[in-house]
Design a protein around this ligand. Structure first.
Ligand code: UN1
Length: 496
């Protein structure tokens, strides 16, 4: 590859037809250009779709275990290059190195998992009510997918989509976030080296509002898998449904931790810090609300503030940094404006609330870890997704009240409860209306062997990742086959 980060179309790395480029910048040090990226024009997207359509004709017929073997090879390379890729992610989007490595690990996990699906992709066989007849269901590929991914998990989320799409026999055009174009390109290079035939996976770079939109509305696609904001997801879904395309969207979250009066408070504080400030709050699973039983509220708040004040902001590549920057200036301004909103709404700012420009933080987009107390459920900061290091602490009188607060949100991705009482945990597990519920653990940390996704405005269409109801339901269609080998006309329901 040349110095410019290229598109990958029909098995070839190439510059865009427009000759335009954009830069991917390190948010911890904006003088550091991570890569100059070619910006795909419409004709590049058209060619990528045409290549994927052509490749689909043969890829769908490659035995699934063979498709899986290519993924196994890619997984092994990801393992070998984990450190380098983790460091690249940290440099490109700011999350601390431990988390960058975790992101690569999540990609490794899903790649192995989906590679194994090459030998399963199982359906059902059931007996027929008639003699000399059998019945089965098989998974068949859908066709050509557009895969549109965000910047907060630059390698893991692309892998969540690419691996199941490919093992199931689909071909794809992958449009990663322009803020993490270099990391995404490394993943595609690894798949190319692992032996994917030309056209099976194509990569195009550009901004969501032009390249992404053009791809998402392309008539040559059979489906879209999108992770990003609820506003964009809902808009894409409308287009896709009208055009008869399959769509799944992983969107926003306003996830909450409940802390009951019998909780181990140290553990709950660790969970709130990890959930609220891990990845600088830039996860769709981030714990942006903590609902605390009134009996332990003040004690919890004091402990939580103390723990947050110990976070060390800085460049995520430095070993002592515990919280990195926001990904870009737009996100930073957005988060700061939410903090202003919180103050105006009358929430109590207990810690943080400002951009940080001390020492090395002056080089990038840093905001102090911020905690609001006395937050009321109707406030905008308690309802809207902030996607930054801002946590709203709220008070509840009992479990029922706490669950009502958590469920009083238009989002429903993850939730969590800290309690030592098995009965309270069971009630929470039953009544919390989120796609994922954690007990005595934070709101983040989903594993790939079960589906990932949320209810209400958090998710639309099939879930991601593994397990029953996971990504294979998105990337395959069920086909039901009845085979009659009696040699005569047999009528179901009638000839009995
Ligand atoms: C996201 O925030 O977009 O459970 C994905 C988690 C991670 C995945 C997060 N395994 O937080």
């Amino acid at each position: 590859m040349s110095g410019t980060i290229s598109n990958f179309i029909n098995g070839k790395w190439e510059e865009s037809s427009t000759g335009e480029t954009f830069e991917s910048i390190n948010p911890a040090d904006i003088s550091d250009v991570v890569g100059t990226v070619t910006k795909a024009g419409k004709s590049d997207v058209d060619r990528a779709v045409a290549a994927a359509r052509e490749a689909y004709k043969t890829w769908r017929l490659v035995p699934a275990p063979k498709r899986g073997e290519i993924l196994f090879r890619a997984a092994r390379t990801l393992v070998k290059r984990k450190q380098e890729l983790g460091e690249l992610e940290t440099r490109e989007m700011g999350k601390i190195l431990k988390e960058g490595l975790g992101d690569v690990q999540e990609a490794i996990d899903i790649t192995y998992y989906m590679a194994g699906e090459g030998r399963r992709l199982s359906g059902e066989t059931v007996p027929s009510e008639l003699p000399d007849k059998d019945c089965k269901s098989v998974r068949v590929p859908v066709g050509v997918f557009g895969l549109i991914t965000p910047w907060n998990f630059p390698i893991a989320i692309p892998a969540w989509k690419i691996m199941p799409a490919l093992v199931a026999g689909n071909t794809a055009i992958f449009k990663p976030s322009s803020y993490t174009a270099v990391s995404a390109t490394r993943l595609v290079e690894i798949l190319d080296d692992a032996g994917l035939p030309p056209g099976v996976l194509n990569l195009i770079h550009g901004r969501g509002e032009d390249t992404g939109d053009y791809l998402a509305c392309h008539a040559g696609l059979d489906g879209i898998s999108f992770t990003g904001s609820t506003a964009v997801g809902e808009r894409l879904a409308k287009n896709c449904i009208q055009a008869g395309k399959k769509i799944s969207c992983e969107m926003g979250g306003k996830n909450a931790i409940i802390v009951m009066d019998d909780a181990k408070l140290d553990l709950a504080v660790d969970g709130a810090v990890w959930g609220g400030f891990g990845t600088t709050g830039q996860r769709c699973t981030a714990a942006s609300r903590v609902v605390v039983h009134e009996a332990v509220h003040d004690q919890f708040l004091e402990m939580f503030v103390k723990a947050a004040s110990r976070l060390k902001l800085g460049n995520g590549l430095h070993h002592d940094t515990t919280m990195g920057p926001l990904v870009n200036e737009t996100q930073m301004k957005r988060v700061l404006s939410f903090i202003e909103t919180g103050k105006q709404e009358g929430a109590g700012l207990v810690i943080g609330g400002k951009a940080c420009a001390k020492g090395e933080c002056s080089k990038g987009y840093f905001i102090e870890p911020t905690i609001f107390s006395g937050v009321k459920p109707h406030m905008r900061i308690a309802q809207e997704e902030i996607f930054g290091p801002v946590v709203c602490v709220m008070k509840a009188t009992d479990l029922e009240h706490a669950i009502a607060i958590v469920n009083g949100s238009s989002y429903g991705l993850t939730s969590s409860i800290y309690t030592q009482d098995v009965n309270r945990a069971a009630v929470a597990e039953r009544d919390l209306d989120t796609g994922i519920v954690y007990i005595n653990a934070s709101t983040i940390g989903a594993e790939v062997q079960l589906p990932f996704g949320g209810t209400k405005k958090s998710g639309l269409g099939h879930r991601e990742a593994g397990g029953r109801g996971g990504a294979l339901d998105m990337f395959t269609k069920w086909k039901i086959i009845y085979r009659d080998f009696s040699g005569r006309l047999q009528k179901a329901q009638i000839d009995r």
